[in-house]
Design a protein around this ligand. Structure first.
Ligand code: ADP
Ligand code: MG
Length: 314
């Protein structure tokens, strides 16, 4: 078999088969049916070996994470995932590597009934681009935050930063943190629910400082955050002997939790959703009519943050 035949054989092991895919893999274009009354939400993210994941990461987790970060963008928009296309560039077509890689993608894809509908394959340094497509009626945007809205984040921040340290041969990194780095959970169900209550939303890929900064910029507002309200996992706190490194938690990113804003009147509904879903939702501060993103200590003094989070070309 040729390298291309090998790839087609392996990508054809997917189990999801949706009725809205009129033509899938194998023709020049995929042909797709968007349901009446919905808009199409589209997002693309690229992961480059040595930049977004360590060269030593397993093929399975590279596949899983490549899809997870894309589904996370659909989640923050409040979209229901439907289809993905995959552009795969790799140095050699190694059958075992590709099999593990696609099984990482397909495990997460089948969880959300997402079908791979096409893509492209090239030789070159390892890099993966996925385009994710989803359906949305009332999209959550970065631009809707209003003064006095409460600011929430889901889950915990910082675990993924610790997970990466395990690759740097650091010991005592909890299994849960490594899993968080390798297999972040896209908050799809939360995003869908938030379309009813949130005024704005973003997923935390580059760190809270930077990503909440995007909400403030697009919504023309500022934000006051109580540093002590930043949700940290027990593993994260234990690693730092209860003197947690908050700066890492708010700047490293790669958590793929959602940061969203709601009018105060919805705070009880947020608590109820959190209780019923088992997903921690923490109120961390408030939107201000002006200013920037400020992190405050116990005495409401501003904490200076020099590291603003991950940026390419810096
Ligand atoms: P073309 O030369 O027309 O671009 P290709 O040989 O690149 O065609 O692709 C043939 C079919 O295989 C197309 O339907 C394309 O979408 C699909 N395909 C190619 N590479 C991938 C991939 N990495 N993942 C999913 N589908 C792929
Ligand atoms: Mg092609």
């Amino acid at each position: 078999v040729t390298e291309f035949e090998l790839i087609y054989k392996l990508i054809n092991t997917q189990t999801v088969e949706r009725s809205d895919v009129l033509t899938g893999i194998g023709d020049d274009c995929a042909v797709l049916a968007v349901p009446d009354g919905y808009s199409l939400a589209v997002s693309m993210d690229t992961l480059v070996s040595g930049v977004h994941f360590p060269d030593s990461a397993s093929a399975f987790s590279v596949g899983y994470k490549s899809l997870a970060v894309n589904l996370s963008d659909l989640a923050s928009t409040g979209a229901m995932p439907a289809w993905i296309s995959l552009s795969l560039t790799m140095p050699v077509a190694d059958e075992n590597w590709i099999r593990e890689f696609v099984s990482g993608i397909f495990q997460l894809a089948s969880q959300y009934n997402v079908q791979l509908i096409g893509g492209d394959t090239c030789s070159g340094p390892l890099s993966i681009s996925i385009q994710a497509h989803g359906f949305v009626k009332k999209p959550l945007l970065r631009s809707g935050a209003r003064p006095d809205d409460l600011i929430y984040v889901s889950g915990h921040l910082g675990d993924s930063a610790l997970g990466l340290r395990a690759y740097k041969a650091e010991e005592n990194i909890a299994e849960g943190c490594l899993k968080r780095f390798n297999q972040p959970e896209p908050r799809i169900e939360l995003g869908l629910w938030l379309t009813q209550v949130a005024t704005s939303c973003i997923d935390i890929s580059d760190g809270l400082v930077s990503d909440l900064g995007h909400i403030c910029e697009k919504s023309c507002c500022g934000a006051d955050i109580q540093m002590a309200s930043i949700p940290l996992s027990d593993e994260f706190k234990a690693y730092f002997n209860q003197q947690p490194d908050y700066i890492t938690a708010i700047t490293f990113g790669d958590d793929y939790e959602l940061c969203f804003t709601v009018n105060e009147q919805h705070s009880a509904a947020i608590d109820a959703y959190s209780n019923q879903s088992g997903l921690r939702l923490s109120c961390i501060g408030k939107i201000r009519s002006s200013g920037s993103v400020c992190f405050l200590d116990h005495d409401n003094k501003i904490i200076t943050i020099n590291n603003k989070g991950f940026e390419h070309f810096k």
